[in-house]
Design a protein around this ligand. Structure first.
Ligand SMILES: [Zn+2]
Length: 136
């Protein structure tokens, strides 16, 4: 019986040629146009909705969504983003929903992003307070 590992060389060449070029690992953060987020593990999330209701954000956190807090709104370009741990995100679900209180430049936003695998990321930006963990 022929081993599965003994693949004809021509097939190997064809497979390698068909494989997409390996992408350079991108920096974690939000894309400039806001269409995507990349988490520290390299997972890419695509925008689902901006201006998400605080109550919905709480539900998503309770379902295991990841949470990133971007205090200034630069998306990680100028400062270090605050990526909550899984435990911290789940704990927020037990707190009252996030509260938006924009003042100066009016920046306060809750946005929902989703990865191909279904994992949800909540982008908390600007002057938003949520439990004891996020006090923007
Ligand atoms: Zn910033």
């Amino acid at each position: 019986m022929r081993s599965r590992n003994q693949q004809p060389f021509s097939e190997v060449v064809a497979q390698v040629a068909a494989a997409p070029a390996r992408r350079r690992r991108q920096r974690a953060g939000r894309s400039v146009d806001g269409a995507t987020w990349i988490d520290p593990a390299g997972t890419v999330y695509a925008l689902v909705a901006t201006d998400v209701e605080p109550a919905r954000v709480s539900v998503l956190a309770g379902l295991g969504a990841a949470v990133v807090y971007d205090a200034c709104g630069c998306g990680g370009v100028e400062c270090k983003l605050d990526w909550l741990t899984e435990r911290e995100s789940l704990a927020l679900a037990a707190e009252p929903p996030p509260r938006l209180h924009p003042t100066k430049d009016g920046l306060a936003r809750l946005a929902e992003y989703r990865a191909d695998g279904g994992q949800v990321l909540i982008d908390v930006t600007g002057e938003v307070s949520w439990g004891s963990r996020i006090q923007g």
